[in-house]
Ligand binder design. Structure first.
Ligand SMILES: Nc1nc2c(ncn2[C@@H]2O[C@H](COP(=O)(O)OP(=O)(O)OP(=O)(O)O)[C@@H](O)[C@H]2O)c(=O)[nH]1
Ligand SMILES: [Mg+2]
Ligand SMILES: [Zn+2]
Length: 355
């Protein structure tokens, strides 16, 4: 992508207001467009106003807890020699517990304005999974739009739309054929200049296809899903930022196998606000809505005003987030202690050297 002004990368007042006058004169904001294992890619304007793509090592952050590491979408301040200085405060942050047995926090993206939850009109569609993405968005105060792809392969898309409308009447839902540029144009209203939009969803739902149709090229690789079970082939393997014709910035991501909740109690509460509201009428203050007498939530289920599926998912997500947040917090404390140890070791080595 070619840029002549930082606004084209999503720079705005929120970030500008974090800089001192001195910083404005001597430092350069760069946007992180990709993070590979030990490499940060970023894009910005150098001291001469020329666009530069810079690759930096993650080394300076090696002893920092995961939250402090640069992630895609971050704004990183560089000096005039294009060396990293510090990260700017994030407007929003999407994170999860990383897949695997270790309790590590993984940052998915920073400074996202709108989240496209991409899912298809086939057996991949799953309300429980969609709710996980909605919780992430709610926790980060990001607007979510559900994008239902593959409408051209589906005889009746209303089943999917109705299922979403029933539980989320005010949630925007767009039904598209991602391979058709004219069809995909309905999404442009969510992608105006300066806004950053992230595509999240399982492998094979058409995230990269959607990006190509919005951009009007075939730059991002896509691949057919497996015939026997409609599963994707994990074609996209790293996150990348792309500029759209209308000025929006779109983040394509690899399909997620697992989206484990962490630090998102508020996101769950707001996504399941109906359950939280019912809970205020439960007889016991600490009602867990399982089998307690006088429980307004289970009463709503038995009277058909609340789906059992939804209540089950609510319980499941709350338990999962409590478990993961506990183990991630423990890990965070260990990392901090280790970070302090390294800093002290470095300082005493320097004192020793300067003697
Ligand atoms: N007919 C039709 N095919 C689609 C649509 N959306 C995606 N596809 C096809 O579905 C397959 C998977 O699409 P991708 O764009 O690679 O999926 P992805 O979400 O990027 O998958 P990962 O990169 O693995 O996460 C490709 O063969 C696309 O052509 C659609 O709306 N209609
Ligand atoms: Mg892809
Ligand atoms: Zn209750």
């Amino acid at each position: 992508m070619q840029i002549t002004h930082l606004h084209e990368l999503g720079w705005n007042h929120f970030f500008q207001s974090q800089l001192t006058l001195a910083a404005l004169e001597t430092e350069l904001p760069f946007r992180v467009t990709g993070v590979q294992r030990n490499l940060i890619e970023c894009l910005g304007l150098d001291a001469h106003g020329q666009m530069q793509s810079v690759q930096l090592s993650t080394y300076p952050w090696r002893h920092e807890p995961p939250e402090n590491h640069p992630t895609v979408g971050d704004w990183l301040m560089l000096d005039r020699d294009l060396q990293p200085l510090y990260l700017l405060e994030r407007k929003t942050l999407i994170k999860r517990r990383s897949a695997g047995s270790e309790a590590v926090l993984q940052l998915i993206a920073a400074n996202i304005d709108t989240l496209f939850v991409v899912t298809s009109c086939n057996e991949e569609f799953n309300l429980n999974r969609i709710e996980r993405y909605l919780v992430l968005a709610a926790e980060a105060s990001i607007d979510a739009v559900v994008v239902l792809t593959k409408k051209d392969l589906c005889a009746d898309t209303s089943v999917y739309v109705d299922a979403l409308r029933k539980d989320y009447p005010s949630l925007p839902v767009e039904v598209i054929n991602a391979t058709d540029a004219r069809d995909v144009a309905v999404l442009e209203m969510w992608c105006p200049g300066g806004q950053t939009i992230a595509l999240l969803g399982s492998s094979g739902v058409g995230k990269s296809t959607l990006l190509n149709s919005l951009k009007g090229d075939a730059g991002q690789a896509t691949a057919p899903i497996r015939e026997k079970d409609s599963k994707g082939r994990h074609t996209t393997t790293s996150r990348s930022l792309h500029r759209l014709r209308g000025g929006g910035i779109l983040l394509d991501t690899p399909g997620m196998r697992e989206l484990q909740m962490v630090d998102c109690e508020e996101g769950i509460q707001s996504t399941f606000a109906d359950i939280e509201q019912l809970a205020q009428q439960c007889r016991f203050h600490d009602c867990e809505h399982l089998a307690e007498p006088g429980c307004a939530v289970t009463l709503a289920v038995s009277e058909g005003r609340l789906e059992q599926r939804r209540l089950d998912n609510y319980h499941k997500l709350l338990a999962e987030q409590a478990r993961n947040s506990g183990s991630v917090a423990e890990r965070r404390q260990q990392d901090r202690a280790l970070g302090r140890f390294f800093k002290q070791a470095k300082a005493s080595a320097q004192r020793f050297k300067s003697r």
